[in-house]
Design a protein around this ligand. Structure first.
Ligand code: ATP
Length: 247
């Protein structure tokens, strides 16, 4: 059996107003890998992640060509809820927590899509608090009053509560201090090595992403222009000059 968990096969996307955002992108994410999507602002990284979890219609966007396969089955156009039930869990749109709920209440909302029972929810919370001890301390705090780093950890924790096989993550480093970014990527790496969680992560902070990923793909103007092992890309001077500046 193939070990490809997620595949984009020649995927094109358009937004209302005929703005073409992706032009025939192909990409494979193998089971157990961390794959980084690199590229400048507006290159199409978020669009690709939204296509994977079918969150485009809410943005008046649509897949106009190609297919998305999850575990070898065509999931192009199936509902976000369906994706979550199958184990493809998005952590997108910055943090989007329920600001007036506590951290723990937010985490529990992540289990709802999976219809988990009380014992499974308790296990999930324990896993999240072990991964991010800060969240245990802050579990009764109102999410809107916690720090950006804690909110990002809670967003990841909420995703974990859905028992993902594949995490689709958008810019987990956004707006966070370097130490917090390191803490978050270390946690992602731990999840990957300890639980086998597969991760597709878009990042503008390419140096951090390449340090933690196995493979990476560069997106430029809606096209995938380069793919390879993260260590090979990190060693290339032209990649450093184009994508690693400033971090
Ligand atoms: P960023 O890091 O800024 O999120 P990105 O690489 O994720 O950049 P996208 O957000 O996917 O890029 O944007 C790709 C292109 O699609 C851009 O030209 C953007 O202006 C356009 N776009 C994104 N969302 C919409 C939308 N809802 N409606 C119209 N155009 C959009």
């Amino acid at each position: 059996m193939s070990d490809v968990l997620l595949e984009f096969d020649n995927v094109s996307v358009r937004y209302a107003g005929a703005i073409a955002a992706l032009h025939g992108v192909s990409l494979k994410v193998h089971k157990g890998e961390i794959v980084a999507l690199l590229g400048a602002n507006g290159a199409g990284k978020t669009t690709l992640l939204k296509a994977a979890s079918n969150l485009l219609p809410a943005e008046r966007g649509q897949i106009t060509g190609g297919h998305i396969l999850f575990r070898g089955r065509d999931v192009t156009g199936s509902s976000p809820h369906d994706h979550i039930r199958k184990g493809l869990v998005p952590v997108l749109e910055g943090r989007r927590l329920f600001r007036s709920l506590t951290i723990e209440e937010n985490l529990i909302t992540g289990a709802v899509g999976r219809g988990l029972r009380r014992a499974a929810i308790a296990d999930g919370l324990e896993q999240v608090y072990t991964l991010f001890p800060r969240l245990r301390d802050r579990r009764l705090s109102v999410a809107g009053l916690t720090s950006g780093g804690e909110q990002q950890m809670a967003a990841i924790g909420r995703g974990l509560m859905a028992r993902p096989d594949l995490f689709v993550l958008d810019e987990p480093s956004m707006g966070l201090a370097p130490l917090v970014v390191a803490e978050i990527f270390d946690a992602l790496t731990r999840l990957n090595t300890e639980t086998g969680l597969t991760i597709l992560v878009a990042e503008q902070n390419s140096s951090v992403a390449l340090r933690h990923a196995h493979h990476a793909t560069v997106i430029e103007n809606g096209r995938s222009t380069l793919s390879g092992r993260a260590s090979d890309l990190a060693a290339r001077d032209d990649i450093k000059a184009s994508y690693l500046g400033g971090h």
